[in-house]
Design a protein around this ligand. Sequence first.
Ligand code: SR1
Ligand code: MG
Length: 388
Amino acid sequence: MYEPLTEQNAVALAIRLGLFQEDALLSCQEIGDGNLNLVFRIVNERTNDSIIIKQALPYAKVVGESWPLTLKRATIESQALRTFASYVPQYVPKVYYSDETLAITVMEDLSHLQIARRGLIEGKTFPKLSEHIGEFVAKTAFYTSDFGMNQQQKKKLVQQFTNPELCKITEDLVFTDPFFDHDTNSFETELRADVERLWQDDELKREAAKLKRLFLTKADVLLHGDLHTGSIFASDDDTKVIDPEFAFYGPIGFDLGQFFANLLLNALSRHESEREPLFTHIEKTWDVFVRTFTTCWQESNEPYARVSFVLDDIVSDALVEAIGFAGCEVIRRTIGLAHVADLDELPLERRLEAKRHALRLGRELIVQREHLPIHAIKRLVEQTAHVN
Ligand code: SR1
Ligand code: MG
């Protein structure tokens, strides 16, 4: 039967599962700081061996029990981690055990790395981050797409990763609520005039509706589904993608867009002179994605993979999507329910300036997405720094 774990019964479970030696001296701490789940870190004090037990709660922790949430997301998460590990084991934590009833995933402890968002806020650059994420996205996208796997098998995976409750969160919180006067939104009173202007912007809302429709309907590739910088552990040499509970089959540009957006939000939190590493990460992620996806493409058995310009069309659609999705993510992290520490931890005057900038940038990313090569993103950040 399901029940939320306590630190004591998380230890008891680790012992029952035989995850530590018999003479282990175990300590446990609940370290979850995300929006949805419990995360227990269990350490053998004698050897320093450690594991993580992650457990889904039957509601969204960020809001409380009034927002019920399926436990099935724990199964989606462990299955997505295992699927990703079959293509890019170097970029995901090892899964040791999972239990559908208890909604837990037992996995490798990555505490020697740092959550990328926190590191970027502290000014770290994580030199390999873009190379690793570009490869992660390209390989997981290609090998789960109709070009990289048997097309009948892919249809089964689409079923397996049908994730309606978690997708509904994104449909509401990313693509809908921030564009309307909805009570899930949350922003500083000083921003009300800027936000009301956005709610009245029919050109923007028409384009946001197109992006929402893509998210709802385009079952291209298996996505992580929530690839912000809080879902990535990093160091100077290593990168690990965690938390794919939002995984589902969706548009190829979605994960890239969320990643770009969160790099941009970090850039906006910094002084202009310190933003370059973020632009470099965005451009390099894209370059590595294109190069890796193109290499994988040569392996495809799909007859159309040998037809000129089919790959070019897929890649250019992916960029247009990524830029549009990035715009939605930038806006929702600024005025929607779930914010980012990059902006929220700034002192009030700088925060308001950065958030106004984010709203202008998000809008232009969405409405200009079809005309922006990757290097134009940096210019757009500069152009939207002030009201025209
Ligand atoms: C109620 S969940 C809020 C946000 O947290 C997750 O990480 C997703 O980004 C979701 O939109
Ligand atoms: Mg998460």
